[in-house]
Design a protein around this ligand. Structure first.
Ligand code: CUA
Length: 345
């Protein structure tokens, strides 16, 4: 049924867990409205023939419906549309609430390409490689203008904005290659801003992570780049990585923790919060700390923001994650405690 509908309307194949739900809703809405308009047109045709003016004298009688009759019709049509909304809203919520443990990929859009950075240090341009059957979370930003990340086969479309980080998750159900398009006019080569999602089976994905092949390049891990950037920009002069209190909150065990702000609000220190606190630090200050941090808007390039967030994420379970490939720095403290003092920008 769904396949027939996709064929009929020339829709792309459904390759994510969202596709079937969205296509069903699409199908039901189009089907209902099509039947509704056919019904109205048929009734109109019958009335035109049956109640046509037969001689010059007859006039059409005025018919008034009873109140409950009109109320019933309004209620029936309204509940139909509210029903569409309820299904759509539930799908929207499902698309917003990412499951825990999603594979993280950072995306930077720019005129006119897509750049993908994976937490293990791999990166690729215009080709997003993801595992089949596992949730994937994209954290996306733009270096210049508004773009829109659109994978028709996944029924996923999300605007990518400069100066902001948006998150979108999905789970691919079928291995294969699916086109990525930019769905926001972004300049002369907008139509050429094409990419491809490569969905690999779990085994192929693991092999790809180990052996990158020719296209993607492998550097130090993103967390390691983040640590290097944090040192260079002086973040570690105020934030420790071993859990000790300093001028600002420690990076250790910060990611994913529930923190209290100076205005009494509580929130989760997620990717979005950490990014916001680099761009607009005075807006959401952690309770008990002075609001002295300067903004890094404009001075911290977006790939480095992503790398620093990834570095903080690597410290979520405590001071040093042994899987993190650390770059060679001047001081390599065994306990990770000595990284605060020695580097001044
Ligand atoms: Cu990028 Cu259109």
């Amino acid at each position: 049924m769904l396949e027939l509908f996709r064929h009929l309307f020339a829709l792309p194949p459904g390759a994510s867990t969202f596709a079937d739900g969205i296509d069903w809703l699409h199908f039901v809405v189009i089907g209902t409205t099509l039947l509704g308009s056919l019904f109205v047109a048929a009734v109109a045709a019958v009335f035109i023939v049956r109640y046509r003016q037969r001689n010059g004298l007859e006039s059409t009688p005025r018919v008034t419906a009873s109140r409950w009759n009109e109320g019933l019709i309004i209620a029936a049509i309204l509940s139909l549309f509210v029903g569409f909304w309820v299904f759509g809203y539930r799908q929207f919520l499902q698309m917003q609430q990412r499951p825990p443990g999603a594979t993280l990929v950072y995306v930077v859009a720019k005129q006119w390409m897509w750049k993908f950075s994976y937490p293990n240090g791999q990166s690729s341009t215009d080709v997003l490689v993801i595992p089949q059957g596992q949730p994937v979370q994209l954290v996306m930003t733009s270096r210049d203008v508004i773009h829109s990340f659109f994978v028709p086969a996944f029924r996923v479309k999300r605007d990518v904005l400069p100066g902001r980080y948006v998150s979108q998750w999905f789970q691919a159900t079928r291995a294969g290659r699916y086109p990525i398009r930019c769905a926001e006019y972004c300049g002369v080569s907008h139509s050429g801003m094409l990419g491809e999602v490569r969905v690999l089976s779990a085994a192929d994905y693991a092999a790809w992570l180990d052996a990158p092949g020719r296209e993607p390049s492998r550097g130090p891990s993103l967390a390691a780049l983040g640590r290097e950037a944090a040192v260079r920009h002086g973040c570690l002069s105020c934030h420790t990585v071993d859990g000790q209190r300093h001028i600002g909150p420690s990076f250790s065990r910060l990611y994913g923790a529930t923190i209290e702000l100076s205005n009494g609000q509580h929130l989760e220190a997620d990717v979005a919060y950490l990014t916001r606190s680099m761009m607009d630090p005075a807006a959401e200050v952690v309770a008990g700390f002075p609001a002295v941090m300067p903004t890094y808007l404009g001075s911290l390039p977006q790939p480095e923001v992503a790398a620093i967030v990834e570095y903080i994420r690597s410290l979520k379970d405590g001071p040093i994650d042994p899987s993190v490939l650390l770059p060679r720095l001047e001081v390599e403290a065994a306990g990770g405690a000595a990284t605060t003092a020695e580097e001044k920008p």
